[in-house]
Design a protein around this ligand. Sequence first.
Ligand code: TXA
Ligand code: MG
Length: 338
Amino acid sequence: METRIIDYFPEYNLGNAAQLLADGQLVAFPTETVYGLGADALNADAVRQIYQVKGRPSDNPLIVHIGQTQQAEELAEVTPLARQIMRDFWPGPLTLVLPARPGLLPPETTGGLATVGLRMPAHPAALQLLQDSQIAVAAPSANLSGRPSPTEAEHVWHDLQGKIPLIINGGECLAGLESTVLDLASPVPAILRPGVITAADLADLLPGLAEQTRLANGGIAKAPGMKYRHYAPRAKVLLCPTEHIFTTYQQCYQQLLNEGKNEPRIAVLASMNGLTGLAGAEHCFLLGENLAQVAQNLFAALRWTDEIQADLVLAERFPEQGLGIAIMNRLNKAAAGQ
Ligand code: TXA
Ligand code: MG
């Protein structure tokens, strides 16, 4: 299959993309978080292709993207609290898990659950596509399963070229981490996946959320997708406190030499602070000067370590507060299971 890339600019006619979705085909599109791989959420055959193309386990439910809040009422049971959260945070990087209306969404979309994750993305290309097509679009991140999520059209092309008909290029994603997944279907609301919208952001409407989330995550209540290996580059990933990066780098370099590596390639992913003292190190990726920049650049940095064929990745640890919770969630996954 030939994969076309079109460059989006405001008011660009996305009729062709809408038609592909209506025909049961896949379209990769930008959102404010990461690029999504979309299919008509009500078309089981179309959704099945998403799992095939990504190599994704089929018990992992997909987020359904909508362009109008009315669609949420059609697809799910929306409580007054959920409605208020939608008013305050949509369009934006927040997915709400709600009880699904029975018999509408195929099990391919919901992973066979009685709930559905809904979100209205804020990227103008995504919103326009959803509103023009009037289709509810099931879309996971547009990467091969297990790889870092794509934050540029180029990343989607790298993973999925030849497998899908169209990629809409809307530039670099602003947030860089996937949406916060908030469970409103359980008796006690909790965050199933941390993102740029934090428990503190939601505290006005959900005062106990931070504590409830801590309790829930000590148990088993997590997004089904969180159990899979994720975001992992080819090289082993070590996480390291800011003040130890320099000495750890030296130790690892020496150890790789001892193991017979000629010119060890240690990729260092760190903020401005973390890179202090590493002037002589060859393969450094500046993640940014603040947590928002770190979030935006993290997945591109993980992909870059593959490009340079790093032997080892040394990534800075960040304090697990605010946005740092979502960043460390992704870094811990990148470092796990290797
Ligand atoms: O920012 C995002 O959310 C991106 C963009 C494309 O919108 N999408 C995304 O989709 O990250 P995906 O499939 O990579 O991750 C969806 C997450 C998974 O962890 C999945 O288990 C969880 O949301 N999820 C979806 N529906 C759910 C449900 N009904 N109950 C619990 N978790 C659900
Ligand atoms: Mg994903």
